[in-house]
Design a protein around this ligand. Structure first.
Ligand code: GLN
Length: 447
């Protein structure tokens, strides 16, 4: 049924880069057989999942929506996808993204445009826009994405679905093509909080193959069995509600706050002194790590190699020049500059200090409140082309989401109404590190 839905919808939406029709049907048959024999089935047995195309699946292309990797086939399967397979889930296909997950609209994909299913003149958000659009258009019930600065939560908000970034280290990054390693985290997209929890529970867990994978307790996420949180304390940051926030988003969030009050929550105003430096710090740290991570694409080991060059350096230059798109090049240049001697202290080190202060702000906030509530994105879905000429405007889309990545804490975006034009509005909740159960329970209360 989902492959049929893709056949009907994908031309309009452009969420999938490729579908795995044959292997998906094969896996479905295998699960059916198991069921008939009465063999034990995994928790996601038979559930189709869309996979963001920066997660490796052995034998399949992992393009990162880049010309650099458009023909690259993975030699191994990422832990997250392997965990899904072990749970009985069925990978349906690979979904579009901004090239190497750099962007907030999917317009940086070197392969195709993805459109917002609610209004195809609008972007689905990014970078995991393909996964979000696939779930919103009912082409997949659940999907995996990755979130470095908001790439799960922002497209979830713009497409009217649930998207969650777990605590850094909860889901193994083994086999996730690295963008900014200290910020990247894999997470679920779903139509409901319960489904997101079920998907997260299937993929998370300690993994020896990722040195940043945490070895802590992984609690049950069967949240439908858990009660709402009594006396929930919700923090809001008055500074969030200023310039740049779309009035219709503001109204939806005000209404959400009201709903929580009626559910018995206490609203506490917070001061987040360093939040205003978040975007600036992120756009030093993420490009710095990216410039280092992307140095591996040299045209020798894997990926695109230019046809014409004169010597080794020329081959590197031509291969990288042809293989990377403009936003990726911009990030590499910013990162290389920020890390270079003489500028390192002024930019990279300074950004790291701000990162620490932002993390401390959250730590202090969570002494007073259980969760922090904000818009997910300052605007609803914007028109394709509207921001693509202005990188800075595009970067400002991440203003509410970036803090969670800098601090390593979990965040979720859930639908919180829509605009007069019928575009979805998302609300973000954040919780302290490792408090996913609290976060999901608080989200479910609203749902
Ligand atoms: N929009 C942000 C960026 O362009 C975040 C992307 C992401 O989370 N992968 O870097």
């Amino acid at each position: 049924a989902h492959l049929d839905a893709i056949a009907q919808q994908n031309e309009r939406v452009g969420a999938f880069l490729e579908t795995f029709d044959e292997s998906a049907l094969q896996l479905a048959d295998q699960i059916d057989e198991k069921r008939q024999k009465g063999e034990p089935l995994g928790p996601l047995a038979g559930i189709p999942v869309a996979i963001k195309d920066n997660l490796c699946i052995q034998g399949e292309v992992t393009s990162c929506a880049s010309k650099m990797l458009s023909e690259f086939r993975s030699l191994y399967t990422s832990t997250a996808v392997q965990n899904l397979l072990d749970a009985g889930a069925i990978p349906l296909g690979r979904t579009n993204l901004d090239e190497f997950a750099m962007g907030s609209s999917c317009e940086n994909s070197a392969i195709q445009l993805t459109r917002n299913p609610w209004n195809t003149d609008c972007a689905p958000g990014g970078s995991s826009g393909g996964s979000a659009a696939a779930v919103a258009a009912r082409m997949a019930p659940i999907a995996l994405g990755s979130d470095t600065g908001g790439s799960i939560r922002q497209p979830a908000a713009l497409c009217g679905i649930v998207g969650m970034k777990p605590t850094y280290g909860r889901v193994s990054r083994y086999g996730l093509v690295a963008f900014a390693s200290s910020l990247d985290q894999i997470g679920p997209f779903a139509r409901t909080v319960d489904d997101a929890a079920a998907l997260l529970e299937a993929v998370w867990g300690h993994d020896d193959r990722d040195s940043t994978s945490v070895n802590v307790e992984f609690p049950s996420l069967n949240i439908s069995e858990l009660s709402p949180i009594e006396n929930l304390r919700i923090g809001i940051v008055p500074e969030h509600y200023g310039e740049g926030l779309d009035p219709e988003v503001q109204t939806a969030i005000d209404n959400a706050v009201q709903t929580y009050k009626e559910l018995g929550a206490e609203i506490v105003e917070l001061e987040m002194k360093h939040a205003k430096y978040g975007v600036a710090a992120y756009y030093i740290i993420a490009p710095s790590e990216a410039s280092s991570n992307l140095s591996r694409y040299d045209g020798v080991h894997y990926g695109h190699r230019a046809d014409n060059f004169e010597n080794l350096t020329g081959m590197y230059e031509a291969s990288r020049g042809e293989g990377f798109g403009p936003e990726v090049k911009r990030r590499i240049m910013i990162g290389a500059y920020a890390l270079s001697s003489g500028y390192y202290d002024a930019y990279y080190l300074k950004a790291l200090k701000i990162r620490r202060l932002i993390a401390q702000d959250y730590q202090q906030a969570f002494e007073k409140v259980d969760v922090v509530l904000s818009p997910t994105s300052p605007t609803p879905a914007f028109r394709i082309g509207e921001l693509s000429d202005s990188p800075l405007q595009m970067y400002l889309n991440d203003i509410y989401t970036i803090g969670a990545n800098l601090a390593g804490i979990p965040g979720i975006s859930i639908p919180a109404g829509h605009t007069g034009d019928g575009l979805p509005v998302g609300m973000q909740l954040l919780a302290p590190a490792y408090e996913e159960v609290r976060l999901l329970r608080a989200a479910k209360m609203f749902e």
